[in-house]
Design a protein around this ligand. Sequence first.
Ligand code: NAD
Ligand code: G6P
Ligand code: MN
Length: 442
Amino acid sequence: MIKKQIITIAGGGSTYTPGIIQAVLNNANRLPLSEIRLYDIDPQRNEDMYLIIQYMLKKEGFTDVMISSTEDPKTAFTGCDFIFSQIRVGGMKMREKDEKIPLNHGLVGQETCGLGGFAYGMRSMGGLLEIVGYVQKYAPEAWILNYTNPESIVSEAVRRQYPKAKMINACDMTISIEETIAVNYGYDRKNWIPTYYGLNHFGWYTSIYDKKLKKDVMPEIIEKLTTKEMKVAEFNEGDKTWQEAFNMMSVITRNFPQNIPNNYLEYYLYSDMVVEKADKNYTRANMVMNGREKNTKEMAKKIRSGVTEDILNFNFGEHGQYIVDMATSLLNDERQRFMLIVPNQGAIPNLRSDAVVEVPAYIGAAGVEPISLREPINDFHKGLMEAQVAAEKLLVDAYFEGSYQKALQAFTLNQTVPNARVAKKVLDEMIEANKEYWPELV
Ligand code: NAD
Ligand code: G6P
Ligand code: MN
């Protein structure tokens, strides 16, 4: 019998929480549960989510599972087994600034890529380090499974301050790409063993071995991508942003047909197209605030007003299942394969060993076992990655050292930025906009 687990969600008020809890409940045989704790710094959001999850537990018949919400870290973490981390320091209001400030200077404005991603990184490092610190203090045996963005930057920060933390950093994008490809072109993703390398939101597939078909299907998928664009899979139906992102995968593949790219490469390779298409006054943050966020508030409101019809209304595709699979793989030594964000240490042999990379890795009872790719990567990918790694490392230096000069170097080196003059302008505006959140830079 597996011991019943206590799961704490850091960023409990996140709009992704219902999807994650639903996946936890769907896997109760592999991840038995005694308690869910929602930890957040915003009591209103946490209370809304408490009502939604309480409703879900009742509806699904999990009446013996305890649920609580708290803003107190000691209560949240003491004795817990898993922490699923998904905080957003500064909330959607600051995401909106991350997107709009660079766009006003003609640069990519995005949550995790370009200068918006760097601005978010400077906010997010402190918030996530604080959570890792609490876990070291109150639940040192627990595993932290982290989704908090921007993943490359926060992983680098945690690696420096808490090198021994029991923490796994993962992104749902590769699994979402695989699902979208499989649904569009008629494959069963469950038969796949994909190989991929890169940085987070910055990588390439090198093969997709299909166990049933007994061959690498990547070449035929590339052929399909170049001739027929994908439609967003059901979980994102009608979502314009994702449709455009997947269309861009076809553009990238037509020009660079050796690999299947991560769609996020559009921000680096085709920044001009991305900027042209963007609406400076209505960005992704506005869509999410008017969509997911509004919808979550609506659900809580309905519960408060006592409506009896089914109020649950969400669908996040593979996002919840992916993090739950990591937890069950740890707990039951399942040795499932994931794409994880880990210190390189030779996995990509010709890239600096202290880079934080995204590569295939197995998870079992002993933790993460990344795969070494053995083959050196080509100069095109290596050059792009080296510049990006250096920029990210400079940003993390800027955070720990409080260095304006390092921040300016990071902003200048970012692959979406054409010159140091615009880098400085955006940096100075970001410092002003992030006064409450960034460390002082001198
Ligand atoms: P959200 O704003 O809806 O939720 C985040 C929650 O975190 C909010 O309730 C907020 O109050 C809380 N929070 C902020 N700072 C905190 C702190 N210091 N301590 C505790 N709680 C804090 O955001 P979201 O859209 O649900 O996204 C949450 C995070 O997950 C973001 O970082 C996002 O980029 C990331 N994300 C990652 C992936 C991935 O694949 N890696 C996928 C989806 C979302
Ligand atoms: C994917 C990425 C995440 C990112 C999210 C944004 O899931 O892997 O890293 O945070 O998309 O989605 P949103 O709907 O908030 O724009
Ligand atoms: Mn991601």
